[in-house]
Structure formats: structure tokens, C-alpha cells
Design a protein around this ligand. Structure first.
Ligand SMILES: Nc1nc2c(ncn2[C@@H]2O[C@H](COP(=O)(O)OP(=O)(O)OP(=O)(O)O)[C@@H](O)[C@H]2O)c(=O)[nH]1
Ligand SMILES: [Mg+2]
Length: 335
């Protein structure tokens, strides 16, 4: 006879203690727990987050974006290794809002982060797959909290795919870095309009070998462009710098900029203000997620939904009237 699969009980106290001790395998397990879409994991995950929330180390959260092939993974490998050498603990998270395949991208990324993936002071985590409960935003935010509780003081978030990912990540980091290549004009065409208004620093990567003269020109072009744009962070000037992730040049200069940014924004109070604003946004996003989730799994809504869809498709009813009816039905079922 086949035995029914049993689920081991999850012990949030045990996990919290392991995370705070810096146990990487427990950190990985805990991230899997908060990423889970299974309802039976929800309470344990929330209880775990509650327990570690006040135990977090002070951190800087850095988002890194750029067109495919700009060198994000290579840059993170070099930059992360540099930061570990300086005594930091670096967590690398990937965000891919378009990915529906769990752990699809990390295999590629781990091989591109050869040095960092074996560094004892670094922790690399793949993009969570998007699911119904919450979504990528919630999962990444909660993963950041767990990493901070495990003592990681620098969180690097690589956005995969150009598009909505940039805005999502910009809204959850302190500092946003845009990695670009030479030939500013061509590249800007493939990037979404408006992306140049998001970064706190533009890094022209692959400034090495025969590409050096072109990258110098690109730095100038980007600087000119940035000069005409309103910087994303008040009181901070977004600049363009050259670097080579491969030859490891310009890396120290990038870190110096980020340190200057931290100093300026912490002193002006903007650092804290931005984080508080992000917390508030998170709350409202979560409320919307939760309401949507409750709505779409509500039996009396489900009962009426396909008939409503049919009516709308055949233009037999007005959308607003049907929506009102469905929402009222939902609220009635809850009262
Ligand atoms: N010459 C040179 N090549 C680089 C540099 N950085 C990255 N590359 C190369 O550029 C290619 C793409 O690098 P990745 O780090 O995978 O780029 P990515 O932005 O992470 O790419 P996706 O994750 O696919 O969006 C690889 O072949 C790297 O070796 C650099 O500084 N100089
Ligand atoms: Mg990559």
C-alpha cells in the first residue's frame, strides 16, 4: 500500500536561530519557505519573518540592470568578490518577473559567477518563479530580510529581462545601477524609454582592450544625456563611469560612488525616508495582492465568473455593472 506523503512540521524557531547564526543551508531552506505558494507554508513563513525582523544587520540594497549581455552577471561576480575582500558579506538575488520556470536562470548565472559562487562570504539565490500568492516582488523583499538577518550587509539584485523588472527593483533598493555598453544611441533604442531616469549611477562596462576609445566616448555621451535629466535621487547627481568587469578596472571607483551616495543620503535623511516609503508601498501592494487572491478563489465569485465572462464577451452586459455585482457578492460572502 502506498503511504500518504507526510509533511514534516516546520519549526520557525529552529530556522530563525539558524539564520541568525549564519547557517547558509538553513537560510536557503528558509528562502524556499517564504517563496512557497503553498498555503500551509504561509503561517510558518510569516512567523519566521517576525522572529528575524529585528535581528537584521544594517545593509545597502543595490539593484543592477542592463540590456542582455551588458555583463551584469560578470560585473556582479567581480564587484561581489571585491566587496567580500573588503570584509563585506554579499548576497546576490535575481529578479525575473517574466520567469514562470522555477530556478531556470540560476544555472546559467552560477557558472557566470564562478568566483562568487564559491566565496564563503557570498550567497547567490536564483529568481523565484512568479506565482499566485504575492508574486516576485513580495518574495524578493522577504528574501532580502532573511539575508540581512543572516548578516549580509550588501544585497545585490540583478534584474533579468528588460521591461517591468527595472521599475519593480527600483522600488525595493537604495541604489540603482545601470550597466551599459558603448554606442549609447543604439543601446538606448533597445532599452525602454524612461529607464535613464531611474539609475543613481551609469556604468559603461567592457571598457577594455580595443573598446577603450569607444567607451570613453560613451561615457561622455551618457554624461551629456544625464546632465539634461532630473536625477532620480534628490540631492544626488547621477554620473557615468567606465569599468571592465572582465579586467577588473573601475570597480573601486564604482564602490566609492556608492559609499558617497550612502553618506550623502544617510546624512540628509533620504536613505531612511526612501526605505520608509518602500515599506508603505509594500503594504499597499500586499493588500492588493491579498484582496485579489481572496477574490479569485472565493466560491461565490467563481460560481458567477464564467457567466459574467460570457455576458461580457457577447456584449450582453456592461462591464462596470457586472464588476459591481461580483464585488458586492464577494463582500456579502465575507460578512
Ligand atoms: N570584454 C569584456 N567582456 C565582458 C565584460 N563583462 C562581461 N563580458 C562578456 O559579455 C558576455 C555577457 O556577460 P554576462 O555577464 O553574462 O551578461 P549579462 O548582462 O548578465 O547577460 P544576461 O544575464 O544574459 O542578461 C560574456 O561573454 C562576458 O564574458 C567586460 O568587462 N569586458
Ligand atoms: Mg546575467
Amino acid at each position: 500500500m502506498k503511504r500518504k506523503r507526510e509533511h514534516r512540521p516546520i519549526d520557525p524557531d529552529y530556522l530563525a536561530e539558524g539564520i541568525i547564526r549564519g547557517d547558509r543551508s538553513i537560510l536557503a531552506q528558509s528562502i524556499t519557505l517564504v517563496e512557497s505558494n503553498a498555503e500551509r507554508h504561509f503561517d510558518a513563513a510569516q512567523s519566521l519573518l517576525d522572529k528575524v525582523l529585528s535581528k537584521r544587520t544594517s545593509s545597502i540594497r543595490i539593484g543592477i540592470t542592463g540590456v542582455p549581455g551588458a555583463g551584469k552577471s560578470t560585473f556582479i561576480d567581480t564587484f561581489g568578490t571585491y566587496l567580500c575582500k573588503k570584509g563585506h558579506k554579499v548576497a546576490v538575488l535575481a529578479v525575473d518577473p517574466t520567469s514562470h520556470v522555477s530556478k531556470g536562470s540560476i544555472l546559467g548565472d552560477k557558472t557566470r559567477m564562478e568566483r562568487l559562487s564559491v566565496n564563503p562570504d557570498a550567497f547567490i539565490r536564483p529568481s523565484p518563479s512568479s506565482g499566485t500568492l504575492g508574486g516576485v516582488g513580495r518574495k524578493t523583499r522577504e528574501t532580502m530580510l532573511l539575508c540581512e538577518a543572516a548578516g549580509f550587509d550588501i544585497i545585490l539584485i540583478e534584474t533579468m529581462g528588460v521591461g517591468q523588472g527595472e521599475y519593480l527593483v527600483r522600488g525595493m533598493v537604495d541604489f540603482f545601477l545601470l550597466l551599459v555598453l558603448t554606442g549609447a544611441g543604439d543601446e538606448l533604442q533597445t532599452m525602454k524609454k524612461g529607464i535613464m531616469e531611474l539609475p543613481d549611477l551609469v556604468v559603461v562596462n567592457k571598457a577594455d582592450g580595443g573598446n577603450l576609445p569607444l567607451s570613453k566616448k560613451a561615457v561622455q555621451e551618457y554624461s551629456t544625456m544625464l546632465h539634461f535629466l532630473k536625477p532620480y535621487t534628490e540631492g544626488w547627481t547621477t554620473e557615468a563611469l567606465p569599468a571592465s568587469a572582465l579586467k577588473e578596472t573601475g570597480i573601486q571607483e564604482v564602490w566609492e560612488k556608492i559609499e558617497a551616495f550612502q553618506k550623502t543620503t544617510r546624512e540628509s535623511g533620504l536613505f531612511e525616508k526612501r526605505r520608509r516609503g518602500q515599506q508603505k508601498d509594500w503594504l499597499h501592494e500586499s493588500i492588493k495582492d491579498e484582496l485579489l487572491y481572496a477574490f479569485y478563489k472565493n466560491p461565490s465569485v467563481l460560481e458567477r465568473l464564467s457567466a459574467a465572462e460570457q455576458n461580457i464577451a457577447e456584449e450582453k452586459a456592461a462591464v462596470s455593472a457586472l464588476v459591481k455585482e461580483l464585488v458586492e457578492e464577494f463582500l456579502k460572502s465575507k460578512s
